[in-house]
Design a protein around this ligand. Structure first.
Ligand SMILES: Nc1nc2c(ncn2[C@@H]2O[C@H](COP(=O)(O)OP(=O)(O)OP(=O)(O)O)[C@@H](O)[C@H]2O)c(=O)[nH]1
Ligand SMILES: [Mg+2]
Length: 382
């Protein structure tokens, strides 16, 4: 059914919008986890969406949203309330300025990417040293070498985590099942400026509110693995949807670095990004990279090392929530603080308080297990 709307203010479900008609999301009718999931995959209020393909059976439909293509079932699209904007056509690019302006209301909303494309093909001066490839690397336990720092590579699916991991570790890597889960995770070693790093290539995740086994593994490493540095690998061509995970990670650890990957693609699509502004808004370093070419990796590892050594002043962005939420958090946070007693393998008390309010059953179960383990090992007060 072709949709011929002239009143752009009329709210309709996304499922009723015709193919190739661009619309803007007004609100989500779904609640709780279904709502969170839609937000995490880019269906956020104010985002532009274009239905681009429908399966022969009529369901699901592929949508271009926040610079990516995502398939939704009709019942999910029914819950997304949109208005059709007949003037604008979707370019497939995200309006990252919305979120960046939100992050820093005083920052300049014009964006620039200072790189020139020829730079991406230039070989970089490599100071990493190759390590003998016969190292027995199985989740660290049998490694004869003692890496000084553990670095987790996190990020949305397809942002180039494995490309980055391969470029940094070469053949010095091993893939094994994560303990207790049938999910393959690769880890490897990389020597940089004389310091040995253990890198973990995590499965892609949109959020720490995990909804698959892969996402649970990524969540467990970031939340409970106490990595020395978490590198969040983001896709510069659809930054907006990637920033959700960045902000979730910043709530857990200040020892984070953002790798702004795929800047070659962003340049090709004429997307410009104010990297310095982004870094100052997030309060952590943002390093542009082209993992496939190995471009920017020296600077990335220099920065990772500086953060791990504590030589980089981090001032991460912490979101504040509605005053009712903040009131409850302020009531339970001191109790949690007293209970976890600075245990490094448990996330900060504020984060735990917020997750208890979220009510994600999988995460609460995991937290409970960790609490029990930590208290049986004597790491917590009563
Ligand atoms: N143009 C370009 N392509 C890249 C870059 N980094 C990675 N890629 C490509 O992007 C695709 C996905 O890269 P992966 O490294 O597999 O992404 P990933 O984040 O590990 O993906 P998942 O593990 O599935 O979450 C591959 O085809 C890479 O070659 C980059 O900087 N520029
Ligand atoms: Mg990968």
């Amino acid at each position: 059914m072709a949709l011929e709307k002239t009143d752009s203010a009329e709210e309709i479900p996304l499922s009723s919008v015709s193919l190739h008609v661009t619309c803007r999301i007004r609100r989500l009718a779904s609640r709780d986890q279904a709502r969170q999931r839609l937000l995490h995959i880019g269906f956020a209020p104010t985002a532009q969406v274009t239905p681009i393909r429908r399966s022969p059976a009529g369901d699901p439909t592929a949508y271009s949203v926040s610079g990516a293509v995502v398939a939704l079932r009709k019942e999910q699209a029914d819950e997304i309330i949109v208005t059709v904007n007949p003037q604008r056509s979707d370019t497939g690019l995200s309006s990252d300025d919305d979120i960046l302006t939100h992050l820093s209301p005083h920052s300049n909303p014009t964006f620039f990417c200072p790189m020139k494309p020829y730079l991406f093909n230039k070989p970089t001066n490599c100071t990493r040293t190759r390590i003998p490839c016969s190292l027995p690397l199985i989740m660290g336990s049998r490694s004869k070498l003692n890496p000084k720092y553990t670095v987790a590579l996190a990020g949305n699916p397809n942002t180039g985590k494995s490309a980055l991991f391969n470029a940094l570790t070469g053949l010095n890597q091993h893939t094994g099942n994560w303990p207790g889960k049938t999910v393959a995770v690769a880890e490897g070693l990389s020597m940089h400026n004389g310091t040995l790093f253990r890198l973990i290539d995590l499965p892609g995740t949109y959020s720490l509110l995990a909804s698959s086994k892969e996402e649970e593994v990524a969540r467990d490493v970031i939340c409970f693995g106490n990595p020395d540095v978490t590198v969040v690998v983001t896709d510069a061509t659809c930054l907006k949807r990637n920033l959700n995970l960045v902000m979730e990670v910043l709530e857990i650890t200040s020892k984070a670095v953002v790798a702004l990957n795929l800047v070659d693609e962003a340049y090709r699509k004429k997307i410009s990004i104010d990297i310095r502004g982004l870094s100052s808004s997030l309060g952590v370093p943002v390093i542009p990279t082209v993992a496939r070419q190995g471009w920017g990796l020296e600077k990335l590892m220099d920065t990772v090392q500086a953060v791990a050594d504590g030589h980089h002043r981090q001032n991460p962005f912490y979101p504040t929530y509605h005053e009712d939420v903040e009131k409850v958090v302020s009531l339970i946070e001191p109790w949690i603080e007293k209970t976890i007693h600075g245990n490094p393998y448990l996330p900060p008390a504020r984060w735990i308080a917020l997750r208890l309010l979220d009510g994600d059953p999988g995460l609460i179960e995991e937290l409970f297990k960790r609490f029990q383990k930590a208290s049986s090992e004597g790491g917590m007060s009563a």
